[in-house]
Ligand binder design. Structure first.
Ligand code: ZN
Length: 483
């Protein structure tokens, strides 16, 4: 009898000890304003993190080995940037200060998926991933593979000539191989490959459709002149999506549709009402940036964009171009980025609050959007203009891109949410002070206001400072890897 009581007591003791251990989290975010755009939670809560996941969200106190006092700060899902070209560490650092925990190269796609994924494994501050690049596949099939470190080809035969049906089949095969290597979908920059016929584009959509993966694309053309207007370009890809069944994401509607952006959004709205899976995004700046020797600047660009040489500015020097200077740079094989001032503030201000618009940066070194996109939306549209509520803005930066990514990988279901069971990719910022500081003159100035940033539960920014030598970023990969 006594023995069994002893056993019972030891059992109860073990149970109690276990209970205490179970309540001990790796990290507790204490007393922050927790916002989750999916469940509309917006309340002061404590968040317990264990093994890189959000284990508990509670109004009651939680005990943790480490505590982050979050009083007065917003605790939100880390921002997901679907459109980030600068995949280098300096860019990742400024993205972190802008609240971004996942930054993906989806517009064009990395030229070689396996090389891209390998180069970033264990070296990435934030999560990463890529589409399979049609632009690079085309360059390869035309025997003009992209030089290392570039994603856009110089204007020439590989961009401007139509492909034979044999070449189109080889591009399709290249895309399949890239999807097998882990790409999240098919990326296209149709304006950079004007030689691609309508049929070639549809055939690339077909590859995405057969794998049930989405197409991310930069449209064929900009501006109002017909044929070749931005409206026609939206029609082309909506048509391709309807014909093939592939999901479609149209990148930076602001910089392609310019003053017709609201019209373009209404076309997307119409397609969605008819049951098509079409989404879009924008960035909050009046200028774009691209390679000056690309096919985007083939003859006719001034008329299409309604701008002149002086609207092109070199990011490094601030030099406004002249015709003579443009001709030299456009014909050079050396890739040079150029800022393209083609939009108005009124247009940008009208687009950003639209409920169909996700925020995506199109970031790369040289343009302030690389460092400032997300903070700028929070500062300008939530705090100053008040055309967005904080939850609406966060929805555009977290849940909407996560839902888009779910078309590519189930891992995205654990992202973009501040919920129990979700990945602990979390931004903790001061809603009163968060502000972009990057400008066209100083494009790499990091934003202020992000006090902490967790990537898979690992602090990357701690008390407003970058943590050195941590690389918690993981790859997001499509289903091809498991074929
Ligand atoms: Zn683009």
């Amino acid at each position: 009898m006594r023995k069994s009581i002893l056993i019972l007591f030891s059992f109860l003791f073990l149970l109690a000890a276990n209970f205490v251990v179970a309540q001990q989290y790796d990290l507790v975010l204490e007393g922050g304003r927790v916002i989750d755009p999916e469940t509309s939670l917006d309340a002061v809560r404590n968040v317990g993190i264990r093994d890189g996941k959000i284990a508990r969200i509670s109004a009651a106190p939680l005990s943790g080995r480490h505590i982050i006092h979050s009083g007065g700060l917003v605790v939100a899902p880390g921002f997901i940037d679907l459109h980030q070209h600068g995949q280098d560490l300096p860019s990742q650092r400024v993205k972190a200060f802008d609240g971004v925990t996942t930054a993906l190269e989806m517009e064009i796609g990395a030229p070689d998926v396996a090389t891209f994924l390998h180069s970033k494994q264990g070296h990435s501050l934030i999560h990463y991933g890529t589409t399979a690049s049609h632009v690079a596949a085309r360059a390869l099939i035309f025997d003009a593979p992209l030089p290392g470190g570039t994603i856009l080809p110089k204007s020439g035969a590989a961009t401007d000539q139509p492909a034979t049906s044999d070449q189109i089949e080889r591009m399709q095969q290249r895309l399949r191989d890239e999807l097998d290597a882990g790409a999240l979908g098919v990326g296209m920059g149709i304006q950079y490959t004007p030689g691609a016929t309508r049929l070639e584009i549809i055939d690339m959509f077909r590859v995405a459709a057969e794998r049930k993966l989405p197409v991310y694309t930069h449209l064929r053309s900009a501006g109002r002149i017909e044929p070749g207007s931005a409206v026609e370009s939206v029609e082309e890809v909506i048509g391709a999506a309807a014909i093939t069944g592939a999901s479609l994401h149209i990148v930076h509607i602001n910089s392609t549709c310019l003053r017709d952006s609201l019209e373009c959004i209404s076309l997307i709205e119409g397609a969605r009402t008819r049951g098509l899976d079409v989404t879009t995004e924008a960035y909050p700046y009046i200028a774009g940036m691209t390679a000056i020797n690309s096919a985007l600047f083939n003859p006719g660009w001034r008329e299409k964009l309604g701008i002149d040489y002086g609207n092109l500015v070199l990011p490094d020097t601030g030099e406004h171009l002249t015709k003579a200077r443009f001709d030299v740079l456009h014909n050079s094989s050396k890739q040079q980025w150029v800022l393209v001032f083609a939009n108005t503030q009124e247009t940008v201000d009208a687009i950003i609050p639209n409920p169909l618009i996700m925020i995506a940066s199109d970031g790369a070194e040289g343009h302030p959007r690389n460092a400032g996109t997300y903070s700028r939306v929070l500062a300008q549209y939530v705090r100053e203009k008040k055309t967005l509520t904080l939850t609406e803005a966060l929805r555009k930066m977290t849940l909407l891109p996560a839902l888009m990514l779910e078309r590519s990988t189930p891992a995205a279901r654990q992202k973009g949410r501040l919920q129990e069971g979700a990945d602990a990719d979390i931004v903790i910022f001061d809603p009163q002070t968060i502000t972009d500081r990057s400008t066209f003159e100083k494009p790499m100035e990091p934003s202020v206001g992000v006090q902490y940033l967790l990537v898979g539960g690992t602090p990357v920014i701690d008390e407003g400072k970058l943590v050195s030598d941590v690389f918690p970023g993981h790859a997001l990969m499509g289903p091809g890897k498991s074929h």
